[in-house]
Design a protein around this ligand. Structure first.
Ligand code: ADP
Ligand code: MG
Length: 868
């Protein structure tokens, strides 16, 4: 390989410093990428990969600088960082190499502008680990928000999943289990070190400062500018909310659906009545962090109730909010310094609504708490109203921003321009008269400035020299001229324009600085508006969907009547959804739920969890009556069978999640175990399921919904006081299965597995054979079982009533062994007749490991044909 050119040397040196970014290297009108960056970018952006420098065949690709934004956006979305290197000198005026510098690094957590979604926050989080203690500092650079908290590992994991950052930086390599968790949220996890320290608000705990410093240092290093746009850090307690770990959030589909990772089908999608992006962002935050303090919950509920009752108030408030733009991000842009005049007009329109909103709310200040004190920021409104035109341009470099009368100097320049134009039209009239050419016109273009144009047909009749015309340009059918007079006027007009543009630019920067002083107050109002928007959203949704106000219980009682699943009911025809009750209290706090597949077990359990979350968010709930305790946390474990997250549905993960619940749950928690134990063999699964229920019952006392396909477990209500059986009813009609989706007390009589198989259109032969087999299993159980069997009505019974509940450990163990035999023994009767014994022997002796699939199939066919 020959020596790199000087430019490539410059490139390589730069790339060395920005190894983990894709380097956009400015070359004239293009940003070029080389080597691996080029290969990667060409693939991700679907652009052509070429070679620079034939000899060395360096891979290269490029994007035009004027359309670079879209490309950068796509790379950021895919989790890459992009370093932008600009030419720092004008190549035309530089001899030799043009100086280049990286001016910004754009990363998923620091990107601004319209590259980010308006309906969710774009957080960059710093995880600072010191000893056992974690500090989380996070910021949304588009609004300047900066928060910090310190917590232990478990709380940190929950908290990080609530923040759901787009990018994470850590002060050291994270323990592998933590790292794994972080990478489920974002692929952009960077170990980052810096000694930089920043001026941080007095009184921020010293232990919190390293995380804040690290975060700020990263922001300033990537944005390469002062940090005026970031607010002072606010400390908060991570424990002030219901804890929802990542699994619970995912399984309950709070903000993202499991299958498609979209908003559709989530709890978030139900609350679609916010009027502002600020409201939508706050809503997402509220869903991920339900409250745990009764007064706070009730404050929100009371406002929702008021909005429900006062239709006109709600209507007018919604109307006012439609005119409110994204004040938080507008304020962020003012702070950051990239605000334009259009933004300030949006800010003005938003401010215009504040006194209106205040007026609407005033009459109710004494009725409920939490409505008072929206400030109108009238001086700021006035300032914007007096200065900026109603429809200003997006750029601040071409004038046309300020109103007439705002600035005397500007008015003068504008006059000169205007007079100049009047003068030009006078001149045009004069020249037409003089030459007698009626079609003579005076026009302007960027290259030649002002000129007089006469068509060739007219030119033949006149003598140009006579009029003092100077030829400027010849077109196919016309000639263009200038005169001394025209040139002078042109200088005047264009000079005034240029001066006006400069003046407007300076005035705008000044105005921006003035607006800056209002930012803290502006952000406070924005926060209030966001909350009001969320609450009117709750009210609107509650009214449209017939929700009721939950009662927050002091008695640790959960009693819900006619409850519906808020999301599932939406996709059904009106009244198709079957409402159900749920009662869990200190006497009966575990429901063991049985029922055929597809009957509605999972839906029912999620419905209880979602209703609890909604209530603690301060929302009304889909039920006719709901008294709810305050849950400190909700745990979910959905069985491997339902676990759709690819690659993760191993039994180990199932057990880890179960452990998480069993170790961390308290008597104030809600646990949802949906068919746990499916990921392993029947007896393992059954044993684990039973021992988990016993553990929750005897040691935790958490309210628990436990669905199971192990019918062997339904007898547990005899030994565990706090456990009740319920089932989802289904009916057999003419051999067909009808799902009633109705929750009933007691255990299910029949698991109807074969019916479900029939619904799925399995071949008839299999269905009828399975039916026979089932019969023989069931006969066997009834004959030979003492512990788990079925009495006449089909409900399980425990025959040995003398076993006392205090002795349940033993009792259960015995049950298990008996249960094993009960089901294993009939297996020897698998083929009914003893003539088939040789086939069984042959089967036993098969070494499947050494067979190819084809051999196995052939063998199977052969065995089948031998069956008598
Ligand atoms: P399971 O967990 O028992 O297998 P699911 O909870 O997954 O069953 O429910 C299966 C389907 O039944 C759901 O997708 C839904 O369409 C329907 N369903 C569940 N509960 C109800 C209900 N209460 N009313 C009407 N349809 C329901
Ligand atoms: Mg299910």
């Amino acid at each position: 390989m020959s020596k790199p050119t000087p430019m490539m040397t410059q490139y390589l040196q730069m790339k060395e410093q920005y190894k983990d970014s894709i380097l956009f290297f400015r070359l004239g009108d293009f940003y070029e990428m080389f080597y691996d960056d080029a290969i990667l970018a060409a693939k991700e952006l679907e652009i052509t990969l070429t070679r620079r420098d034939k000899k060395n065949a360096i891979p290269m690709c490029g994007v035009p600088h004027h359309s670079a934004k879209g490309y950068i956006e796509r790379l950021i979305e895919k989790g890459y960082k992009v370093a932008i290197a600009e030419q720092m000198e004008d190549p035309k005026q530089t001899k030799g190499m043009v100086k280049r510098e990286v001016v910004q690094i754009i990363t998923p957590g620091t990107v601004m502008d319209d590259m980010i979604s308006e309906n969710e926050s774009n957080y960059l989080a710093c995880l600072h680990l010191s000893g056992e203690e974690y500090t989380i500092a996070y910021s949304d650079v588009s609004t300047g928000e900066l928060k910090v908290t310190q917590c232990d590992e478990t709380t940190m994991l929950n908290e990080m999943s609530s923040i759901s950052p787009k990018e994470i930086i850590a002060n050291q390599a994270l323990p592998s289990n933590i790292d794994q968790h972080m990478r489920l949220m974002t692929n952009v996890v960077t170990i980052y070190a810096s000694d930089a320290s920043f001026e941080i608000v007095d009184g921020l705990k010293e232990t919190l400062q390293p995380a804040v410093n690290l975060l700020l240092s990263y922001i300033s290093e990537t944005q390469m500018r002062a940090l005026d746009h970031i607010d002072q850090p606010i400390e908060y307690a991570a424990l002030g909310h219901m804890r929802l770990d990542m699994y619970a959030k995912r399984n309950l589909e709070l903000t993202e659906s499991i299958r498609l990772k979209t908003k559709k089908g989530t709890l978030l999608s139900i609350f679609n009545q916010c009027k502002t992006p600020m409201g939508n962002r706050r809503l997402k935050d509220w869903i991920e962090r339900p409250l745990v303090h009764k007064e706070q919950i009730e404050e929100r509920l009371n406002i929702v109730k008021l909005f429900n009752d006062e239709f006109i108030l709600r209507h007018n408030l919604r109307e006012a909010l439609t005119h409110v733009y994204d004040i938080e991000r507008l304020a962020g842009r003012v702070q950051f310094g990239n605000v334009n005049a259009k933004d300030l007009i949006q800010l003005k329109y938003s401010l215009e609504q504040l006194p209106r909103i205040n007026e609407l709310l005033n009459p109710f200040n004494n009725v409920v708490k939490g409505l008072e004190g929206i400030q109108s920021l009238a001086p700021l409104y006035q300032m914007l109203e007096e200065s900026i035109m109603d429809e200003p341009p997006t750029t601040i470099k071409e004038g046309g921003i300020f109103k007439d009368g705002f600035n005397a100097m500007l008015d003068e320049y504008r006059d000169a321009q205007k007079n100049g134009k009047a003068w030009l039209s006078e001149l045009q009239a004069k020249e037409r008269e003089r030459t007698g050419v009626k079609s003579l016109k005076i026009s302007f273009n960027k290259v030649f400035g002002y000129y007089i144009e006469i068509s060739k047909t007219n030119l033949v009749n006149i003598d140009i020299a006579e009029y003092g015309y100077d030829r400027k340009q010849t077109l196919s059918n016309a000639e263009r001229f200038i005169t001394e007079e025209l040139k002078e006027k042109e200088a005047l007009i264009l000079g005034a324009e240029e001066k006006a543009i400069d003046l407007e630019y300076d005035a705008f920067i000044q105005l921006r600085e003035q607006v800056k002083s209002y930012i803290p107050n502006l952000k406070r109002q924005a926060k209030r508006i966001a909350e009001l928007d969320c609450l009117q959203n709750f009210s609107e949704v509650a009214t449209n969907n017939d929700y009721t106000a939950p009662i927050i219980s002091n008695r640790r009682v959960l009693e819900i009547k006619d409850a519906r699943h808020p999301v599932v009911e939406q996709v059904m025809e009106r009244d198709q959804y079957v409402p159900n009750d749920c009662t869990l209290d200190d006497n009966g706090f575990i429901y063991l739920i049985t029922g055929p597949n597809m009957s509605g077990k999972s839906t029912y359990m999620r419905q209880v969890a979602l209703i609890s979350i909604m209530a603690q968010m301060g929302s009304f709930v889909p039920a006719s009556y709901a008294e709810l305790p305050i849950f400190d946390q909700i745990f979910t474990r959905i069985g491997a069978a339902d676990d759709l997250v690819s690659g993760q549905s191993t039994f180990m993960v199932e057990m880890l999640e179960a452990r998480n619940a069993l170790v961390n749950a308290t008597e104030n928690s809600l646990i949802i175990f949906d068919e746990i134990g499916r990921g392993t063999s029947t007896y393992d699964g059954l044993s684990l399921a039973q021992s988990m229920i016993e553990y929750v019952h005897n040691h935790i006392g958490a309210k628990t919904l436990f669905s199971t396909h192990y019918h062997e477990l339904v007898g547990l209500d005899q030994s565990l006081d706090g456990l009740n059986n319920i089932h989802v009813a289904a009916k057999e009609y003419n051999g067909e299965l009808i799902f009633l989706h109705k929750i009933m007390p007691g255990a299910v009589e029949n698991s109807y597995g074969i019916h479900v198989a029939k619904l799925a259109d399995l071949p008839d032969e299999i269905i009828s054979r399975a039916g026979h087999l089932l019969e023989s299993f069931e006969n066997y159980s009834i004959k030979d079982l003492n512990f788990v069997g079925r009495n006449e009505t089909g409900t399980p019974k425990i025959v040995d009533e003398s076993e006392s509940k205090h002795n349940q450990g033993l009792n259960s163990d015995v049950r298990m062994t008996q249960g094993n035999q009960a089901i294993m023994q009939p297996a020897f009767d698998l083929f009914g007749e003893s003539e088939n014994n040789e086939i069984i022997t042959e089967l036993k002796n098969l070494t499947i490991e050494s067979m190819t699939p084809i051999e196995a199939l052939l063998k199977l066919q052969q065995l089948k044909s031998q069956l008598k």
